[in-house]
Ligand binder design. Structure first.
Ligand SMILES: [Zn+2]
Length: 230
């Protein structure tokens, strides 16, 4: 299966669903990332410039993807914090979906406004979820949308399903018990974003947030999604 992960920022794949991505790679699926913004506002360091941050975060993203075994990463370089569902973004997303021809698209849930009672979901996370929705249907599968892409060889492609990470109403849970340590190692590659990039400590924190106690007393760790068949 081809899986295309489309997210707003470098580090979103690992934080939102790194355990599932590692599992899908281990199961033999082809996994690609499409990182839409450069994450160029993600720093409080007074000595950091946005231009340095773009390069730093790309390199961190490449290292994190390598930890999980991801096959390819494409950066679209939109501005961090300024993502809007524009015609240009639609064209870019439709082109990339037609190029990668994924069976499954993984993106972020545009309906998640808050994280429970703790904090606001970043506007770009909601914006990319909405934009991906519109790019999948009807853009990616209909030849009369973005006809200029046809001339460049990007033929219509209908993905089969969408997994929304960070879901407001989950309906699918992936068991990441075997890959949660790999997720922690991948998260820790984002040195500019993680206060204490110690993978053992990050793994402990992940275990606190992702555990489910089974009826027989066993503990498993899960990542949640809203899964929609198309
Ligand atoms: Zn993000």
């Amino acid at each position: 299966m081809n899986i295309l992960v489309i997210v707003a920022h470098p580090d979103d794949p690992e934080f939102f669903c790194g355990g599932s991505i590692a599992r899908w790679v281990q199961e033999g699926h082809h996994v690609e990332y499409l990182i839409v913004t450069s994450g160029d506002k993600g720093s409080d360091d007074p000595h950091m410039t946005p231009w340095q941050l773009v390069e730093t975060r790309r390199e961190e993203q490449r290292k994190a993807g390598a930890v999980l075994g991801v096959h390819d990463i494409t950066f679209l370089a939109y501005s961090d914090g300024e993502l809007f569902n524009t015609h240009d973004l639609q064209r870019d997303l439709v082109r990339e979906i037609r190029r990668a021809r994924p069976d499954r698209i993984v993106t972020l849930d545009p309906l998640t406004l808050h994280w429970g009672a703790r904090g606001i979901n970043h506007r770009d996370h909601r914006a990319i979820g909405n934009a991906v929705n519109d790019a999948i249907f009807p853009g990616s599968s209909s030849r009369f949308y973005f006809t200029e892409l046809l001339a460049d060889g990007y033929l219509p492609h209908p993905p089969r399903e969408v997994y929304y990470a960070g879901p407001s109403a989950p309906n699918t849970w992936i068991d990441v018990t075997a890959t949660i340590d790999l997720k922690a190692q991948a998260v820790c590659q984002h040195v500019s974003q993680v206060k204490e990039p110690d993978s053992a400590k990050v793994a402990d924190r992940l275990r606190t947030g992702l555990f489910r106690l089974l009826a027989d007393g066993q503990v498993q760790y899960w990542e949640a999604f809203r899964c929609v068949s198309l």
